[in-house]
Design a binder for this molecule. Sequence first.
Ligand SMILES: Nc1ncnc2c1ncn2[C@@H]1O[C@H](COP(=O)(O)OP(=O)(O)OP(=O)(O)O)[C@@H](O)[C@H]1O
Ligand SMILES: [Mg+2]
Length: 363
Amino acid sequence: MRINNAPSGEAISLRGISKAFGSVTVLKATELTVKKSEFLTLLGPSGSGKTTLLNLIAGAIAPSSGEILLSGRNITRLPPRDRGIGMVFQSYALMPHMTVFENVAYPLRARREPSETIRRKVLDALDRVGLKGFEDRKPRQLSGGQQQRVGIARCIVYSPDIIMMDEPLGALDKNLREQMQTEIKRLHHELGTTIIYVTHDQEEALNMSDRICLMKTGEIAQLGTPDELYFRPNSRFVAEFIGESNLLLGKITAVNRVSIDGAGLVHVPSSERALGSEVLVMVRPEKMQVSAAQADTLAGHNWLHGTVEGISFIGGMTRITVKTVQGVSVTAKLVSGPASTRPELGSEVKLSWSPAESVVLSA
Ligand SMILES: Nc1ncnc2c1ncn2[C@@H]1O[C@H](COP(=O)(O)OP(=O)(O)OP(=O)(O)O)[C@@H](O)[C@H]1O
Ligand SMILES: [Mg+2]
């Protein structure tokens, strides 16, 4: 068993890769390096180009421009079967008339491995995905989650250097999804394989990835660790796509001050933006504190006054929506306590937050 080494070295490098279908460019010239042993997730709305990017790497489609390097070797024109990249699909793509054993053995038979080796590798792969004893079943005798495990076993059985997964858990219900997320993470840890994973579920991406590549209409909006995308989004699109966010419109009045439209000055981390430029101050709802209107504010904290216009108890957290005097809606998320500890609907409150928790974005 290999222990998951920290990602290092280049597994795949895309240099100026683009794709047009006819006159429509669906992927603009893209630079992207995936490190060895890395778990990289392509995240983004429907139609943003995630599957196109995977298909280009797999060789299922040819790029309109650019080069693809695999461990430094140019594979742009190499046929898919010679790239050594495994694929796991959302639709499982199992062969219905074959047993689980034969489905998993398929890539090894195609490589003409000896039957004793095939037997050993197939049983090991099935064991790894928790399907020991299921060898003789047919796919239709399995649940969706079990079929997806067969799909994963068929991929890991021949130890590809890189595994790509396109929405592999898309067809599963929430509980099974979470269980499979944990199992895929464990497999990644055990095998140390480079994984390129596609999802449009931001929580899945945050939970599983070393880095996330967030796509927006055929280009990379931001590439970074889950922490970087969540705490340091580089744009309104990223702030809104990942997690919840409050976006307060204002103008820069000093290196670390913003005048929020109608609501006065707030302190923000220093930026090099021009004085007078329009910006959005982004604050995550769980960083907002809610207190009585007359309560003291912690030294140096920003604050706004408003009226509670909505309270929703969502289990562990309670979401409070406050309308400021100027009509801006701001959301705070608090760890839930008994009903008596929550502010009342219609009451006046003070919202406050630390300047360090603000991110200044272009308006
Ligand atoms: N063969 C094709 N011919 C023309 N346009 C295509 C083709 N394949 C994909 N597209 C277009 O390219 C864009 C990106 O598609 P892609 O399948 O990469 O999106 P995606 O991010 O995987 O979306 P989803 O989350 O819905 O799977 C879409 O606008 C799509 O309509
Ligand atoms: Mg897709």
